[in-house]
Design a protein around this ligand. Structure first.
Ligand code: HEC
Length: 154
């Protein structure tokens, strides 16, 4: 084998190894985010239920099932916005109201909760990062009070 071919092959093999190593690392990071998110989403379960199917109490819903939410399937910044700021109570349909949780979660925990809830119930397979959450926190820092759903849905 000539020298040129050999070094080309070596470089190619190294690149392949790096690529495989990289995807293992990001797979591991996502697995740990899913584990953390599942734990941190216990605060959501108080209203949305341990199984995410919502809670009905005395003939009224405390909060809806995640499966009813189009926001879980939408641009993740919408989910970030409603978790950070909460949802304005505009009807008597639910006995509960979702309060803002911007002081409850740090960026890493909120990213983990979002990753978990989107993957588990929103049919998504993405991995939301703490950096994305930090950006959204900054972007929405001027948003006063809970979100009216009409602001973010057509
Ligand atoms: C104190 C009760 C409560 C807690 C805690 C709570 N929620 Fe909610 N959530 C609600 C209620 C009530 C609604 C329905 C609001 C409405 O439609 O007016 C809702 C709606 C939602 C929706 C659907 C929005 C839509 O219309 O598509 C999502 C998604 C959601 N919550 C996610 C979460 C996540 C994730 C957490 C935890 C980080 C959480 N909620 C914590 C009460 C709660």
């Amino acid at each position: 084998m000539n020298h040129f071919l050999l070094s080309t092959l070596t470089v190619g093999l190294l690149l392949l190894l790096f690529a495989v190593g990289d995807s293992y690392a990001s797979e591991r990071e996502k697995t740990s985010a899913m584990r953390l998110g599942r734990m941190k989403a216990m605060s959501c379960a108080g209203c949305h239920g341990m199984d995410g199917k919502g809670i009905e109490r005395n003939g009224k819903w405390v909060a809806p099932a995640y499966s009813e939410s189009a926001i879980l399937r939408d641009d993740p910044e919408k989910l970030a916005l409603i978790i950070l700021k909460g949802i304005r109570k505009e009807s008597e349909h639910y006995s509960g109201a979702m309060g803002g949780m911007e002081t409850v979660y740090d960026d890493r925990s909120l990213a983990a909760v979002m990753t978990w809830v989107r993957n588990q119930y929103g049919g998504q397979d993405d991995h939301i990062t703490a950096d994305q959450v930090a950006e959204w926190r900054k972007k929405f820092s001027d948003h006063q009070g809970p979100v009216a759903l009409g602001e973010i849905t057509e």
